[in-house]
Design a protein around this ligand. Sequence first.
Ligand code: ATP
Length: 489
Amino acid sequence: MSVTELENLDTIVSLAKARGFIYQSSEIYGGLGAVYDYGPLGTELKRNIRDFWWTEMTRRHDNIVGLDAAILMHPKVWEASGHVEGFNDPMIDDKQSNKRYRADMLVEGHIARLRGKGKAEEADELQQLLDTAGSREGLCEDLHQIIMDHEIRAPESGAFEWTEVRQFNLMFQTQFGATSSGDDGDAVYLRPETAQGIFVNFKNVMDTARQQVPFGIAQVGKAFRNEVVARQFIFRMREFEQMEMQYFVEPGTDEESYNNWLNKRLEWHKALGIRPHKLRTHPHPEDKLAHYAADAADIEYEYPIGWQEVEGIHNRTDFDLSQHHEYSGKKLEYYDQKKQKRYTPYVIETSIGLDRTVMMALCDAYREEEVDGDSRTVLKLNPAIAPTDVGIFPLIKKDKLQDLAHKIEQDLRGDYKVLYDESGSIGKRYRRQDEAGTPFCITVDFDGVESEGEDTVTIRYRDDMTQDRVPVSRLREVISDKTKSWKPE
Ligand code: ATP
């Protein structure tokens, strides 16, 4: 059997659309850039991944509790967090095509092209300049100078007619109530991250959930960023979902906790079924840390677009709680009864993009296989997150087979996501479920219903296409055992 893995992101984009995982938003109107809708299979997959994370965080840790904060928050929140002032990307416009680019990414693209042409020395020099941009004049001025000096042209039009580089705030601003103009410091934003909802509720949760430091608050929700460069499918979206957990610890224990969470999170990705050799951690060098962070690392996956961040683990120190204390005037401290000590806790953050995780799961599971001259596309998803658990097929449309198939369907429905299908050849039905990532298919045939004793059916396993004949009463046991013992190939 020959097996081909995913080579190109477009393959996943096409499959996602064709099978109803993910569609472009408002497609019939030409689409809305970097905004996507999840179809029937995608919704199930996303929900399963979300549940997998939620179970890990809040069920397996008795000191982590949940929160569901609103998307709209008081304008002061984003002043305190630093987003109004600093949540910017440097952008530059090509005057010929009116296309907008992120200035730093433009330079990165040029560096990659130089490397492609074997001009390693020039590429290294430029990389050095990019790494230190902002330390001479200012980030915008430095980036503009680099683009000018190296005559970097617009990738699409080929023109060299650039505007100045300007900072572009990534937050979406909206009207709040009938009288707000947004001009008087009363601008309301769609949250660019879910974390701040956790920080401003720190005291509420501590008081009401009777938690003692160390404890964590977990949240899943939408975040919005008006990304300048938004492409690469659901990797960089303008509306996306984050799964974040902020863990409050005593200062001095933060480093150990940070390392602990980094390890735990990497293990979670493996437990999700992602092949370990496609995962790595990437610690941020000290001079690249955000102003509030003492330590930071990304968990990266090797997507067809290269190694990219799926999750960030950050030691945010006491920055956020101190800032909100200062801006709100409300003390956000913890009193340790045993040690008789008052302090502002440090925060270890684990922040993962749900959509990037969906994309990782799809990319990692994708295979094209040639079997005895026949080919199939299959998604070898962990059965624990597969959109459909079980396909149920009568071999042909005969009452006896349909009746038993429906009986099994009714029995499993509720505990499992099942799909009854009687149309087309059995081979075609298997292929459809392979592409949807369904791990088990049950086929009802005459051998099974006409032989002596209990009715039997065949259960076919997606990954190796082997089949077992099992009594109907053992189906749940087999599905459960195989789900638990599943390993990625
Ligand atoms: P990047 O450097 O790729 O822009 P980031 O460092 O700004 O990401 P964080 O602010 O740390 O990202 O957000 C945490 C997680 O949220 C990221 O690891 C990623 O999975 C997800 N995320 C961030 N921005 C987007 C986006 N535009 N679309 C989809 N997911 C995103």
